[in-house]
Design a binder for this molecule. Structure first.
Ligand code: NAD
Length: 437
């Protein structure tokens, strides 16, 4: 089989490389010529564990290629996947579908008459029908088919997630679309991955419902963490006690500075807009969006309070700026709210992140970027841990104390044990485990 993947970002590049690993011939297309040039030079434009090897292996096997030439790429394809961005539209929070619709028009003009056009981007309910309309209007003589196949991979573990997903959702209403997608996912069928065939609308909504539910779970435990601080309970044990209930589950019950990233913030917001427009508001998700937004700026207040209430002229050492570990993605990262708020309060920021510093430099100004954690701590009045990279989990406590001006630590990812930190003489705080200190 042969497919084209339109959009070579976090989703398109990983999905394209993984399909080629399954034995399919894949052409990845992007309109960003620089990205394609780098890929053709053997450079991977994003940081994703294992991706470099996967791409190199399949490229040299002749199953994976990269181009800006959409026309040539889509010819002879059984399916063309749209994996372009769907960011929040400025002003109203709806998903911006310009890139999806542009791609659909370009595909319709160039594709073979019976190609299946699959939306892999996260798109609001109704987009598949709109794409269908665009295909018909642009190429009335062809019998192009539409399908929806939302992607559930997580940055940082994207390859494993794609190769061994919990499930695959396919919104396909015609025989041909179902047959092509079933064939493409055949390797997963063999390992008994549940593959659910639905209508276009159900498939589109399933993706938003799943993301909104996960965002709700995170926000729920964050609020419980705040309550723990107020009443002297330990959120770590509360989450464990809750999560061992099979109906609840242990995942996504880690209290922290609020969710970020390229998906949850925009997808929760877009779902609320879709629901309002449909006259069926999702009040829980609306609250989640609001609570999470406030939480990110509240984190700066928490740091300032722990540093004595005034950070003017003080220096903060910040570890981790990406929205989570194992990615270089800075989109909607809590650091984008925390760093400017600290600077506004008069603090200087020295920061280190294993992979995110290049992207962060374009988004955060007046930060002193450091090559390793202890360099960031030099001359700083407090250490703040904002992303739980493995590199930050086992820092040398004596060295931290020697390097900082004062042994003040704000651990917004709960990666250190509070009792141990207090015993070691740190002025330490974290999320929901402060026991009233
Ligand atoms: P991205 O911004 O990293 O990549 C999108 C790419 O599409 C860019 O390289 C852009 O140049 C390219 N592009 C845009 N229009 C094009 C066109 N007409 N022709 C060719 N290329 C074009 O985006 P992403 O993070 O990969 O996300 C893509 C979609 O997948 C979004 O809808 C997102 O919500 C969804 N998604 C993302 C993740 C994730 O973890 N990033 C997970 C699941 C789903």
């Amino acid at each position: 089989m042969r497919i084209a993947m339109i959009g070579t970002g976090y989703v398109g590049l990983v999905s394209g490389a993984c399909f080629s690993e399954f034995g399919t011939e894949v052409v990845c297309v992007d309109r960003d010529a620089n990205k394609i040039e780098r890929l053709n030079d053997g450079q991977i434009p994003i940081f994703e564990p294992g991706l470099e090897d996967l791409v190199a292996r399949n490229e040299s096997a002749g199953r994976l290629s990269f181009t800006t030439d959409m026309k040539a790429a889509v010819q002879g394809c059984d399916a063309v996947f749209i994996a372009v961005g769907t960011p929040s539209r400025r002003g109203d929070g709806h998903a911006d579908l310009t890139y999806v619709y542009d791609a659909a028009r370009e595909i319709a003009a160039a594709a073979d008459p019976e190609t299946v056009v699959v939306t892999k981007s996260t798109v609001p309910v109704g987009t598949g029908r709109e794409v269908e309309q665009i295909l018909q209007e642009t190429a009335p003589d062809k019998r192009l088919q539409v399908a929806s196949n939302p992607e559930f991979l997580r940055e940082g573990s994207a390859i494993g997630d794609f190769m061994r997903p919990d499930r695959v959702i396919i919104g396909a209403e015609t025989q041909r679309a179902q047959t092509v997608l079933r064939a493409l996912y055949r390797p997963l069928y063999l390992i008994e991955t549940p593959i659910i065939f639905t209508s276009l609308e159900t498939s589109e909504l399933t993706k938003y419902a799943a993301n909104a539910f996960l965002a709700t779970k995170i926000t729920f435990i964050n609020e419980i963490a705040d309550l723990c601080e107020a009443v002297g309970a330990d959120v770590h044990d509360v989450a464990r006690g809750m999560g061992l209930d099979g109906r609840i589950g242990r995942k996504f019950l880690h209290a922290g500075p609020g969710y970020g990233g390229s998906c949850f913030p925009k997808d929760t917001l877009a779902l609320t807009r879709t629901a309002q427009q449909a006259g069926s508001p999702t009040r829980i998700v609306e609250t989640v969006v609001d609570v999470n937004d406030r939480r990110k700026s509240a984190m700066a207040d928490k740091i300032i309070a722990h540093m004595g209430g005034d950070v003017a002229g003080k220096t903060v050492a910040l570890l981790g700026v990406t929205f989570k570990p194992n990615t270089d993605d800075m989109r909607e990262s809590p650091s984008l709210a925390v760093v400017p708020a600290l600077q506004q309060a008069g603090a200087r920021v020295r920061a280190h992140d294993p992979e995110g510093m290049q992207a962060a430099q374009e988004l955060l100004s007046d930060v002193t970027w450091c090559q390793e954690p202890y360099e960031a701590m030099q001359g700083a009045d407090a250490l703040v841990i904002l992303t739980e990279w493995n590199q930050f989990r086992n820092l040398n406590l004596s060295r931290i104390k020697e390097t900082l001006n004062a042994p003040t630590v704000v651990d917004l990812r709960n990666i250190y044990d509070p009792t141990e930190m207090w015993e070691q003489g740190f002025h330490y705080t974290c999320i929901g485990r402060a026991f009233g200190r």
